[in-house]
Ligand binder design. Structure first.
Ligand SMILES: CC(C)(COP(=O)(O)OP(=O)(O)OC[C@H]1O[C@@H](n2cnc3c(N)ncnc32)[C@H](O)[C@@H]1OP(=O)(O)O)[C@@H](O)C(=O)NCCC(=O)NCCS
Length: 304
């Protein structure tokens, strides 16, 4: 039922991912993971397919493993018609975890958009536990009746990196993904096709960088050209609690509305209650949850 992915699978996989994406209303496999898949052969990458043996080996599920800095990422996709297939999810994930064990083991995270009970059962079956829950919140644009009153300016590549990194890393201290960015992390984002300094808004107060709102517009084939993201927002700890957070969210939303977008979205941790309250007051409502399942895989005996 399971085997390592071969070149001939890619067309069938595209169809599987498309079917799952259409049903879910969002891309079922992260973009960089898709690149791993198409380009293939990267170190620390493996894909696994599940087929329906009673129907000419039709593809019904796929999982993949990729090695990131310091941990492994696993993702999986199940065909919408086979969402209730007993053991399918846990078989797909077990294959991925066995590969990680064979490659020396380590910390694993598996993000599931819009998790269902079957995903929690999968995690229990393969020995993963629930990690972070990220809410995706949305609102329509434009915002009627409220305007930002704080002056902002666009990020200047080549000049603002140092000050931005300092504010970002202080504001997000201890945050697993956002709290210890390096200049290289920032430069990598600046090199992305979606990067637009005009939507990366900085607010200075008392001569220093006090807050920022970084917006991102990336066409999603399922919601083309209509949704913009508040990608990262923070207020320097020296300036928090003075209304700057609210002003910067408004400034970001005004930028997105001026760019012609009809909706805005953002991701926020379930336990970031301050930020969630702020977004709710500004009219954002929960759209769905993305859940991380995490665990640690021991090396397989042969890999030790
Ligand atoms: C979340 C964040 C941007 C808010 O910015 P801020 O400038 O401190 O917030 P504001 O002063 O605009 O306050 C917004 C609302 O939150 C409330 N609030 C702000 N700080 C609060 C605190 N420490 N405790 C409780 N409520 C608080 C305010 O009462 C205000 O509500 P109001 O409009 O009814 O007065 C800021 O705390 C931050 O940078 N946090 C770390 C980074 C982060 O988590 N970013 C969001 C990731 S999704």
């Amino acid at each position: 039922m399971k085997r390592r992915m071969g070149e001939e699978d890619i067309a069938a996989l595209s169809a599987l991912i498309e079917a799952a994406s259409a049903e879910a209303g969002h891309r079922a496999l992260g973009e960089h993971k898709w690149l791993d898949l198409v380009q293939g052969g990267r170190e620390g990458f493996a894909g696994f397919v599940a087929t329906d043996t009673s129907h000419r080996h039709r593809l019904i599920g796929y999982s993949q493993v990729s090695r990131g800095p310091g941990s492994w990422a696993v993702e999986y996709v199940v065909h919408p018609s086979f969402k209730k297939e007993p053991g399918l999810r846990s078989d797909l994930v077990s294959a991925a975890l066995a590969e990680i064990a064979a490659q020396g083991g380590g910390h694993v995270h598996l993000w599931v958009p819009k998790p269902e009970e079957a995903d929690d059962l999968m995690a229990a079956a393969v020995g993963l536990r629930r990690g972070r829950d990220l809410f995706q919140m949305r609102r329509r644009l434009p915002v009627e009746g409220a305007r930002s009153t704080v002056a902002t300016r666009a990020f200047r590549p080549g000049e603002d990196e140092k000050a931005w990194l300092e504010v970002n890393n202080r504001a997000f201290k201890g945050h697993p993904e956002q709290g210890s960015w390096t200049l290289q992390d920032l430069k990598e984002r600046e090199a992305q096709p979606w990067f637009d300094p005009a939507g990366f808004l900085l607010a200075e107060q008392e001569g220093v960088l006090a807050a920022f709102c970084w917006t991102k517009v990336q066409d999603d084939e399922h919601e083309p050209g209509e949704i913009g993201e508040i990608y990262v927002i923070a207020v320097s700890p020296d300036f928090q609690g003075r209304g700057l957070g609210r002003e910067l969210v408004l400034a970001g939303l005004e930028h997105l509305a001026a760019a012609g977008l009809e909706k805005a979205m953002l991701y926020v941790d379930r336990d970031n209650t301050e930020a969630r309250r702020l977004y709710e007051k500004l009219g954002f409502v929960d759209d769905h949850v993305d859940r991380a399942y995490v665990g640690d895989v021991a090396p397989a005996p042969a890999a030790r």
